[in-house]
Design a protein around this ligand. Structure first.
Ligand code: PMP
Length: 379
């Protein structure tokens, strides 16, 4: 099979798998216990924290481990709304549902919010944020890279503006890891939320990275784990995998980018050679190298995905968190496409380990399937 859905989740790196197996078989203590087994588990968790910190240029004490980016996003946004009577939260219209739906829920509870619009390429409308900041926005949430169209947002420039007003800047860095350089300290970020499973780490573990001096309040009540910021017994095998993923990222991140660039160029050339009539969506000038959002003329995205699945290709039409809803992508709709046109979007996302030969074969299969679907009456 040809797996082109890395933005939903990536295959687990061999080093990650090994670290998790070792932890599962060799470390059974509870990281809060003071005996030797507990200390061994604690060591795994603290190594993971240091590795995450090292991979994103932050001090270890800045890292709170959570159960993934969805939880991290909820925690940062809900904490802000709870603690600030004057909360005024701004997020982009293209955020992942774990941000967007949280902000919508807070809006229903009476919190003042605003949604930063985008243009037809998914670029943030210029000047819009300045007005919201002037109105007193207290928190701005912008993803570093978009999961559906791959757009990379200039978080350093946005962060500078936000910082100048004293508002809080939250960045969801989940899709950026392993694909572009991610430096927490350089980007005026207050809270960065992360998950490592899009680059070969384990699912179900993530982090909040916090600027020094800012607090992180727990979302749940319970024990004192993560210094009271995230109660619940630590997931030690996942922490072991997280450490391995973060170490690989620090060691290989640059070579991954090169591998992605080669693959993107070859894949685009093959698509152009094999397929007639398609459009690339998103800001192709500022886009993750591993992500192509493609709309094939006259072909419905779901029809195409079902047909290529039978031919051995796994891809998706958008966020896995909304897959199956049959609603067109909120991202493509926000870019101004009509529902029918939005439904043509197919997301092809790959990784540095995707064999080049598979991308060439995928382009041939896509060409043949698109041709066939165009001659068939609509389902
Ligand atoms: N943010 C973005 C941009 C994502 O792509 C995802 C994963 N679909 C998430 C957050 C949620 O991450 P997790 O799966 O760790 O909850």
């Amino acid at each position: 099979r040809i797996y082109l859905d890395w933005n939903a989740t990536a295959p687990v790196l061999p080093e990650v798998r090994q670290a998790m197996v070792d932890a599962l078989s060799g470390v059974h203590g509870n990281a809060s216990s003071i005996h030797r087994e507990g200390q061994a588990a604690r060591a795994v968790v603290e190594r993971a924290r240091r590795a995450v910190a090292g991979a994103v240029g932050a001090p270890a004490q800045a890292v709170v481990l959570t159960a993934g980016a969805t939880e991290s996003n909820n925690q940062v946004l809900r904490q802000h709304a709870r603690e600030r009577a004057d909360a005024y939260i701004v997020c982009t219209v293209v955020e992942h549902p774990s941000v967007l739906e949280t902000v919508r829920a807070l809006e229903k509870e009476g919190v003042r919010v605003a949604y930063w619009p985008v243009d037809r390429q998914g670029r943030l409308v210029e000047g819009w944020l300045d007005e919201r900041l002037a109105e007193g926005a207290t928190l701005v949430s912008v993803m570093w890279a978009n999961n559906e169209i791959g757009n990379i947002y200039d978080v350093a420039a946005i962060g500078e503006k936000v910082r100048a007003t004293g508002a809080i800047f939250h960045v969801d860095g989940t899709q950026a890891l392993g694909r572009i350089p991610v430096d927490f300290g350089e980007s005026h970020i207050d809270y960065m939320t992360l998950s490592f499973h899009k680059m070969g780490g384990p699912k179900g573990i993530g982090a909040i990275v916090t600027r020094e001096g800012l607090k992180v309040a727990a979302l749940l009540s319970g024990g004192h784990q993560e210094r009271g910021r995230r109660p619940g017994t630590e997931n030690v095998p996942a922490a072991a995998g997280l450490e391995a993923a973060a170490r690989q990222l620090a060691a290989d991140g640059e070579s991954w980018q090169q591998a992605l660039r080669q693959r993107r160029e070859a894949f685009l050339a093959a698509l152009n050679a094999e397929v007639q009539g398609f459009e690339l969506r998103g800001d192709t000038e500022h886009q993750l190298l591993n992500t192509l959002n493609v709309a094939f003329d006259e072909v419905d995205g779901e029809d195409l995905l079902l047909a290529v699945d039978l031919e051995g290709i796994s891809a998706s039409s958008g966020s896995a968190c909304t897959a199956g809803s049959l609603e067109p992508s909120h991202v493509i709709l926000a870019m101004g496409f009509e529902a029918k046109a939005a439904r043509r979007s197919v997301r092809l996302s790959f990784g540095p380990a995707t064999p080049q030969e598979e991308l060439a074969r995928a382009a041939r299969i896509l060409g043949a399937v698109v041709k066939r679907l165009r001659t068939m009456p609509a389902l």
